[in-house]
Design a binder for this molecule. Structure first.
Ligand code: NDP
Length: 458
């Protein structure tokens, strides 16, 4: 067989694709990568990174307010959205440039353009064709919008980062990660935020204590949360105002300056020629893969959001690395996703590792639940009533900690460490054997005493 142009051709320059390309090249393979938008992918360009910068920005509102309790007199603060967005853009450009530089430094051929499969060993990028022994699909996802009348007036997380001005009255539709994160961001920056969610409580799938706590904290901060509420129609007035028809427990038509849909994401598999290459796609358009992230076509792999599995950057990175190691390394290992800690950068933020109480009960039958809610030290002088919640879910039979959950300042930072213990299968007694660091909020994880035992109903 004639030598292929590349041993690995990666389509998509986001977290998963870039990691796979760099590792493969470092292992000595001939690698090319193609990206049609900007290197860095959703996480760097319009996801995790700009979101976190906006979360930092919005937190200053709390800081200015709380400072008075510590003796500071802060003059009335003003905020400039265009300045924040410009600063964010500079950082995103810097990071995107770094991604490209690092790829090139690793010896990867970096292409800018839309790639599509011609057959299982041929990729075309804007008319130019390349042969490849292996192809990795790492094209990520895109926002999903339900087909309601006037949906074209809505924005998504793709557009919200680039609005020229911050909208004053915002409707956020959805109750997942993006919805609650942007509710906190925009509220903190001074917008009037209404969140409309169709279900009974935000963050479906998370531990019920976290969901209730976040809901109550958002409401107490001034976010208007409408549960059991659907948006059935959007229309735009001549002056640009949007009218949203709300149906459910709260039926009305209300005016907003922007309507942000955060109703999930779908895999970006259109226009890639996957069907032509014989690749099996699932119901949502996702590439179906096995534990090695190989599709039904040998030599065609997929990682990250395009597989519609766990849509988190570190998961895509792990998967990309695993594919590169399996193809060109000496010690291939499938990706182990037994415990995937996660954070929601809501306000207050959430950190979680392992099973929710509901899931643990379902799987293990009998569990011990330890929980503590307290006012973090800073809130006392600040005059803030918001409480922090810390919770451990323990298997009664083995005493292993199945889940660790926290909502409150620094929860994501704290849970990353706790996740190690959960992943290692630590028991409650092993948590308790660790000496506390005082005064911290994290010490609650090693001092929890009050236990409630729950049994699954027959
Ligand atoms: P999510 O899946 O988290 O949430 C989607 C929300 O939209 C749910 O509340 C869902 O309701 C609702 N929804 C879905 N379809 C409709 C519909 N037709 N009408 C009304 N509501 C609807 O998606 P996001 O868009 O918030 O985020 C996408 C993914 O990106 C996340 O799942 C996560 O993996 C990732 N992400 C991670 C972040 C982090 O790590 N901090 C931050 C942001 C995103 P229901 O619950 O009833 O299905």
């Amino acid at each position: 067989m004639a030598k292929s142009d590349y041993q690995l051709f990666v389509i998509g320059g986001g977290s998963g694709g870039v990691r796979a390309a760099r590792i493969a090249a470092t292992l000595g393979a001939r690698v090319a990568i193609a990206e049609s938008f900007r290197y860095g992918g959703t996480c760097v360009i319009r996801g995790c990174v700009p979101k976190k910068l906006l979360v930092y920005a919005s937190h200053f509102a709390d800081d200015f307010e709380d400072a008075a309790g510590f003796g500071w007199r802060v003059p009335p603060a003003t905020f400039s959205w265009p300045e924040l967005i410009a600063a964010k853009d500079r950082e995103i450009s810097r990071l995107s440039g770094l991604y490209q530089d690092n790829l090139q430094r690793s010896g990867v051929t970096v292409l800018n353009g839309h790639a599509r499969l011609i057959d299982r060993h041929t990729v075309a990028v804007d008319g130019q064709t390349f042969s490849a022994e292996n192809i990795l699909i790492a094209t990520g996802g895109r926002p999903y919008l339900p087909a309601i009348e006037g949906i074209e007036h809505a924005i998504t997380s793709n557009e919200v980062f680039d609005l020229p001005q911050m909208p004053r009255r915002v409707l956020i539709v959805g109750g997942g990660f993006i919805a609650v994160e942007f509710a906190g961001i925009l509220h903190g920056l001074g917008a009037q935020v209404t969140l409309a969610y169709r279900g009974e409580q935000v963050l479906r799938g998370f531990d019920h204590s976290l969901r209730q706590h976040l809901h109550d904290a958002m409401v107490a901060r001034g976010v208007r949360v409408l549960l059991h509420t659907d948006v059935t129609r959007l229309s735009r007035r001549q002056d640009g105002t949007l009218d949203a028809q709300l149906k459910g427990e709260n039926s009305s038509t209300e005016a907003f300056d922007a309507v942000l849909y955060a109703t999930g994401r779908v895999p970006a598999t259109e226009g890639l020629g996957l069907a032509e290459a014989g690749v099996t796609l699932g119901e949502r358009g996702e590439v179906k893969v096995n534990e090695w992230r190989c599709s039904n076509v040998p030599g065609i792999y997929a990682v990250g959001d395009v597989t519609d599995h766990i849509a988190l950057t570190p998961v895509a990175i792990r998967e990309g690395a695993a594919v590169a190691q399996a193809l060109f390394g000496t010690n291939p290992q499938p990706v182990d996703l037994a415990v995937v800690p996660a954070a929601v950068f809501s306000q207050p933020p959430i950190g979680t590792a392992g099973l929710s109480e509901e899931r643990a009960l379902q799987r293990h039958g009998e569990i011990d639940v330890y929980q503590s809610a307290f006012r973090p030290m800073r809130n006392i002088l600040a005059g803030r009533d918001e409480r922090t919640l810390v919770k451990l879910v323990v298997d009664t039979a083995t005493q292993k900690v199945l889940g660790a959950h926290m909502i409150g300042p620094d929860a994501p930072e704290i849970i990353q460490g706790i996740g190690i213990a959960v992943r290692m299968g630590a028991t409650k007694a092993q948590f308790d054997a660790v000496v506390a660091i005082h005064p911290t909020a994290a010490e609650e994880f090693v001092t929890l005493k009050d236990k409630v035992t729950r049994r699954r109903e027959a």
